[in-house]
Design a binder for this molecule. Structure first.
Ligand code: FMN
Length: 178
């Protein structure tokens, strides 16, 4: 069977951590997985894979332009094969914005691309103030203050629900085997 491709867009590493968890769960189930960073998207041939999964972080309201470009350039191929998309953002920590149907970034992404991923998910990401530069730290603190999130500049909080990541891995396994 052809391998599964996990194509990952990350800046601070949380989306990569989620991709690696998915990779391990799929490998535990006997599936061969290739993990590739979005920087190499131009070298990807979707037809080499049984399932193509894209995971993309959000920064200042935006999905990486290279993810949008890949999704539009390969839309015809992707729409003809099993495929999945997940977004990683902080808004998804909020009940009511924590499902692909209700998360504004997943919906915005789907409006911008011709790709129609069969599986869609959203995961809450990680907040890591000490890691950010002063400008990003203060802007994110301001956004957190407005949305009842942590504002202590030393806060490091992982909001990701790993049970949900594992459930998504199971759904990916089922898609490969279908
Ligand atoms: C500079 C910056 C801007 C961000 N902008 C947003 C945003 O607009 N909306 C949101 O929900 N999360 C936002 N986040 C939170 C990230 O999506 C979250 O930290 C995620 O885990 C980042 O994924 P990564 O570690 O794979 O880069 C932002 C984080 C940073 C550092």
């Amino acid at each position: 069977m052809k391998p599964v491709l996990l194509l990952c867009s990350t800046t601070d590493g949380q989306t990569r951590k989620i991709c690696e968890r998915l990779q391990h769960r799929l490998q535990d189930a006997g599936v061969t997985v290739v993990l590739t960073m979005i920087e190499h998207a131009r070298e990807v041939s979707p037809s080499d894979y049984s399932l193509l999964v894209v995971g993309a972080r959000i920064r200042y309201g935006h999905t990486d332009g290279r993810v949008i470009e890949f999704a539009n350039r390969c839309a015809a191929l992707l729409n003809a094969m099993p495929s999945a998309f997940f977004s990683v953002n902080i808004v998804a920590r909020k009940p009511g914005k924590d499902r692909p149907e209700t998360n504004p970034y997943v919906q915005k992404f789907l409006q911008r691309v011709a790709w129609r991923p069969r599986l869609r998910e959203v995961f809450a990401g990680r907040l890591d103030y000490p890691r950010y530069g002063p400008l990003d730290r203060n802007l994110i603190r301001f956004i957190m203050w407005m949305t009842d999130g942590p504002t202590d500049p030393s806060a490091q909080v992982e909001f990701t629900d790993w049970h949900r990541v594992d459930a998504f891995a199971q759904a990916l396994c089922a898609a490969v085997r279908a």
